[in-house]
Design a protein around this ligand. Structure first.
Ligand SMILES: N[C@@H](CCC(=O)N[C@@H](CS)C(=O)NCC(=O)O)C(=O)O
Length: 221
């Protein structure tokens, strides 16, 4: 039997968090090897483990996969979270890319210089409220089903749920006008696998506060 996937990254959210969420939702146990210093990253680079010299890297099924989206797509395909045909897959990809665009803004937010943070936060909220959330609310309303695509959990639902949690951390009122998104978040959160991941002590990572960013900068120079 194949061993558990091994995730190589630093001990923070950033690009690895959506991989943690997806594996957890799929009910897959995983191990993590946290890089603590620049030397740890250099070691992975020198031994040829990082195709583009970058992390995230995930050891899975005898492969060393890099590129976050490629990793997510492999997990989704392997664990049946990628639709039943190519049309469903196209929708799942389209929705996942929309989520990724907003998520990217949030992912960089903790690492911005203090002077740029307020402006970025306003931009994130504006885009969430006026572009991304209405679009996903409309999808759910259009078919009245429990999940975004095919009335079945897919990677798009997992990515969107993660995004909803992250935006709510930035503004607790952000979902006020989106009842179907709230319902989706509750539904996905109540899946036993996700419920477990949301418990304290799981492999889910906290928001990267200023202290965390400072330490990371010191360690990676
Ligand atoms: N497109 C890549 C980008 C990966 C990336 O930018 N990784 C950063 C850490 S979050 C990194 O390894 N930076 C070091 C470098 O680019 O040299 C992905 O999505 O995985």
């Amino acid at each position: 039997m194949a061993g558990k996937p091994i995730l190589h990254y630093f001990d923070g959210r950033a690009r690895m968090e959506s991989i943690r969420w997806l594996l957890a939702a799929a009910g897959v146990e995983f191990e993590e090897k946290f890089m603590k210093t620049r030397e740890d990253l250099e070691k992975l680079r020198k031994d040829g483990s990082l195709m583009f010299q970058q992390v995230p890297m995930v050891e899975i099924d005898g492969m060393k996969l890099v590129q976050t989206r490629a990793i997510l797509n492999y997990i989704a395909a392997k664990y049946n979270l990628y639709g039943k045909d190519i049309k469903e897959r196209a929708l799942i990809d389209m929705y996942s890319e929309g989520v990724a665009d907003l998520n990217e803004m949030i992912l960089y937010y903790p690492f911005l210089p203090p002077g740029d943070k307020d402006g970025r936060l306003a931009q994130i909220k504006e885009k969430a409220r006026n572009r991304y959330f209405p679009a996903f609310e409309k999808v759910l309303k259009s078919h009245g089903q429990d999940y975004l695509v095919g009335n079945r959990l897919s990677k798009a639902d997992v990515h969107l749920t993660e995004l909803l949690y992250h935006t709510e951390e930035l503004d607790s009122t952000i979902l006020a006008n989106f009842p179907l998104l709230k319902a989706l978040r509750t539904r996905v959160s109540n899946l036993p696998t996700v419920k477990k991941f949301l418990q304290p002590g799981s492999q889910r990572k906290p928001f990267e506060d200023e202290k965390f960013v400072e330490e990371l900068k010191k360690s990676f120079g």
